[in-house]
Design a protein around this ligand. Sequence first.
Ligand code: SF4
Ligand code: SF4
Length: 353
Amino acid sequence: MVDALHNIGFTHVHYAESGVDILKTLGKKISVYADQHPVVSSYCPAVVRLIQLRYPALLPNVNLMRTPAQITALYARVVLQSEGIASEDIGVFYITPCAAKYAQIKTPGSATSGLIQGGLNLDYVFNLMQTYLAQHPNRKSEELARWEKPKITGPAFLWSLTKGESAMMQGRTLSVDEVHNVIEFLELVEDDRHKNLDFLELRACDTGCTGGILTSRNRFLATERIKHHAATLPKELHEVDKARILSFSDQLIHNLKTDRIVAKHSLQLDRDVSMAIRKLEKVKRITEVLPGIDCGLCGCPTCRSLAEDIAKANASIRRCVVLKLTDPHGLNNLAKIWGEVIQKDQKPSTSEV
Ligand code: SF4
Ligand code: SF4
């Protein structure tokens, strides 16, 4: 796999979740940066966006520790810079099945800004790798040995699955997956209940990230494979790898916390009241053509919040992953219709996935 990724064009390969091992090696607890209990995981951007829009009173609960992928990106950059490569010459690309993470990467000023330059569809990269491996079935071991193998422990490898993150937290923890379950539970937390819990792992997708819409396999089979592979991995990093991480601790330790997350006011469509009323009308019409299942996979917690972004010319309807998969032809037509509306507002869409 590493050989295939190098031949696609990557110069270095890291597991996104190896950031968990980096944090542990630095001696950092994973949930230290939150003002209120229970601490809510910031791993899933769809959940963070949901809290920003619908539950702003819970924003002080959101963990401000960077996510493992952000810490991995930070580490990869620091290592390359120590080898003399200028920051602006480094491009970090995240291969993921998560449309919400693409949206986060494309959002200026998000937690990934400056760390990750782009996201790549897992399904697309998987197909490229399969093609390469089929064309090169007999690679010699000396050819493969020139690539440095990415390092990760079994517990870190499980992080993106439901219960993967909470398993590494101390105290009383709870895992909730699938966006409707998450909404139901956040209502309870907002009603001041469950203060006795220490940590909440909330994921928009069923089974965690294996339920991401761009996962190339059945989510249950993918979950089983991840667990099976995790069981073959070490529980601790090798001392040599730990020493390497610790040699960069000064550069890493001061950059582990993200900025405070602020509320998003979904109803503030425009400062001008007549413009706001026109945009509200657009929101209604766009909401009618979206699937209405509130899956969160576009990076917006509900279909209506994507409609609001489209009406404000902050997003394209192409971000709806469900329409993209179920009705790509219809989606093209809708993009033309709402693209014309966006042009009338004289602001191009910038956030297509
Ligand atoms: S649970 Fe789904 S939306 Fe959340 S980070 Fe994972 S793939 Fe993305
Ligand atoms: S707009 Fe599409 S991707 Fe976004 S929440 Fe609705 S159905 Fe899901």
